[in-house]
Design a protein around this ligand. Sequence first.
Ligand code: GLU
Length: 473
Amino acid sequence: MRYSPDPMTQKIRTRIAPSPTGFLHLGTARTALYSWAYARHHGGAFVLRIEDTDVARSTQDSVDQILASMAWLGLDYDEGPIYQMQRLARYHAVVEQLIAAGRAYRCYCSPEELDAMREAQRARGEKTLYDGRWRPAPGKTLPPVPENVKPVVRFANPPDGEVTWDDLVKGPITIANREIDDLIILRPDGVPTYNFAVVVDDWDMAITHVFRGDEHINNTPWQINIFRALGAPLPLFGHCPVILGDDGQKLSKRRGAVSVTAYQEAGYLPEAMLNYLARLGWSHGDDELFSREQMVQWFDGSHLNRSPAQWDPAKLAWVNAHYIKHADDGRLAALVSPFVAARGQQADVDRLQALCGLYKDRCSTLVELADWLGIHFADVVPSDADLATHVTDAVRPALAALRERFTQIDWDKPSIAAAMKAVLTEFGLKMPQLAPAVRVLVCGRAQTPSIDAVLALFPRELVLSRLQHLSII
Ligand code: GLU
């Protein structure tokens, strides 16, 4: 019998449970987003749990990075962070409860014994499973308890039958109990294993829906059996497929950035990441661009893809460009300011704001935006090719005349435009001849937004000096 929480009568509670052994992985960020959106959609609660039982690999630095990434993405949680290592007493109590009920037992096998057991099974062509030698049974005599050996505790998995659940993403899944053995739930040092702690926590925290990566599908039968042994209600499970890199292989560090932090540092906006991650594995009709609010409104746990999605950097860049273009100039100025500072450049926020307004519709990332702003704050070096193509003998006299006019006008966009027009008339030139030459000399590139608007945001003196580049005119 599958326990199915009724959204009408029971509060929806979801969680994300990262292990602090590195940055927040994109796959975890995506399941965090689904869990968060699902809770918000139903007016439920979203819990953040830190699964730090891998003591050797867990670090405070990773915890800090994970919390910072969650905050950056705006995935606010209602409870937590809850640390598993602060709940050891609770796990020990539940272990004792299972032992007392005959659903768990102490196993004193040494690593050498277990190796020998597996070796023998392999030699017989059998699957390597724990053979149950310490599992109590009526009429069975257990081996003598060795001295000075700290036992593990194993869960007494049902030997027969099968475990079935209706996965929210993958549909019905069935795994036979004979395929899985008596899992270690408590290590000799008293630290619980993942599959046990996760069940106690999901039970205690009244989690109703678990969204996680499909690498955990094989763990789920154990977890369901432990839930049942505890008499705890089962949550619903949704296992999301892995994210593939653009080479079709599982997205991994070797194949590029896999952490939320890396994308933050590469100049992506949080709303772009959320939008892109949401769409990577879920759809709402043909919608590609949607806000957090729309996602919360639409995300009801359906339309999750069963097959793996491919990470598409070009699409992410397109989504990011959209959000940069539509961002408020003041907010963009604040967002781009650290990128400007990282280049050793400085500008006050008002100036940055005006510049962001000018360039924001042509940037895929904040790094690109900072690159544009950089033409205002650092020397530019036009390429020889651009100079040869655009600063031709035909336009040089016009550039000199323009520079002269620029010394005399009010320094604002209409006056700059008027001066350029006058020079075009005087020299019988067209804008596509004069403007690129000015751009190359002042901005170091042949394409920019409207040149009068660009020039107006430079100090006049800088424009005058750049127009004299290499004494070209
Ligand atoms: N700590 C596990 C992980 O990071 C959590 C899996 C789960 O959500 O149950 O993969």
